[in-house]
Design a protein around this ligand. Structure first.
Ligand SMILES: C[S@@+](CC[C@H](N)C(=O)[O-])C[C@H]1O[C@@H](n2cnc3c(N)ncnc32)[C@H](O)[C@@H]1O
Length: 258
């Protein structure tokens, strides 16, 4: 049972979410000013970026700002390291759906790694107002503008019927603290429904790729995956060349429908 303080925080977040859904603030798609070059890189990062650019045919900084480019290299690096360690991540071919994508600033990395024909990002809080006076959907539309077949949808994934060959979830919520820290109401903490929907939407032979913050969170999420009938194919953990700022090493795991 959540404490009184947690319930009070949750109520504030619920009001803010309901307001954002009502107002639906949007100033239209926002395109970042491309960084062009990434400056001040350590030798290790520069070497890793060169390897990722060559292997995946990307140059994020030509279309995105420096921070978003580095985020894309970080996410691509994690996928690349997990694949190199033998984790069978699969390739989308057809449809890839990312669950809880926030502004989907890392869509380019998913596009480069999985090469899907259709890429869908889903977030329940698409109209959150960001510090620059734009909303999440404005940023997401800008990030997706150059990616063929890409879309962003504001929805509760737990209610969506959206079959996909690859489903990804980067840091899905499995604990109360994480959800409240992200300023969402506790009513959205429903991992059984969320993972059950992922299992139901996963195409036969498709992969669910999940990334969690550290081993403890990963184990909690693994238990939910087991409970809904997903079967783990492998996992890998590490910070990669870009994740030094994280307090816990991400855990990448891959699941198939049983
Ligand atoms: C920890 S954040 C991670 C965001 C993003 N995946 C990333 O790596 O930056 C989790 C995201 O999931 C979204 N979310 C939570 N529950 C959801 C649901 N039921 N359906 C869709 N999105 C959800 C939240 O709004 C939040 O943006």
């Amino acid at each position: 049972m959540a404490s009184l303080a947690s319930r009070a925080r949750s109520l504030r977040h619920r009001v803010a979410l309901a307001l954002s859904e009502r107002i639906r603030w949007s100033r239209g798609p926002y395109r970042e000013v491309p960084a062009g070059e990434l400056e001040g890189l350590t030798a290790m990062r520069a070497a890793r970026i060169a390897a990722l650019r060559e292997r995946h045919g990307v140059a994020f900084e030509r279309r995105l700002g420096a921070a978003t480019s580095l985020r894309n290299y970080e996410y691509l690096d994690l996928l690349d390291c997990a694949a190199a360690a033998g984790v069978p991540l699969g390739r989308a071919g057809g449809a890839l759906c990312d669950v809880g994508c926030a502004s989907f600033g890392y869509a380019a990395a998913l596009h480069a790694f999985f090469r899907p024909e259709r890429l869908l990002g889903v977030d329940v809080e698409g109209y959150r107002l960001l510090r620059d006076g734009r909303s999440r959907i404005d940023h997401a539309r800008g990030y997706l503008a150059d990616l063929p077949g890409a879309r962003f949808v504001v929805a509760d994934y737990a209610d969506m019927h959206e079959p996909a060959d690859v489903i990804t979830a980067w840091f899905p919520f499995v604990t109360e603290e994480a959800l409240l820290a992200w300023r969402l109401p506790l009513s959205l903490l429903a991992p059984g429904r969320l993972f059950g929907r992922i299992r139901a939407n996963l195409a036969a032979g498709g992969s669910f790729v999940m990334v969690n913050h550290g081993r403890a969170e990963a184990l909690a999420a693994f238990a939910w995956c087991d409970a809904v009938g997903l079967i783990r194919q492998g996992d890998w953990s590490g910070v990669g060349a870009f994740g030094g700022y994280r307090t816990l090493p991400p855990v990448v795991s891959v699941w198939r429908a049983g």
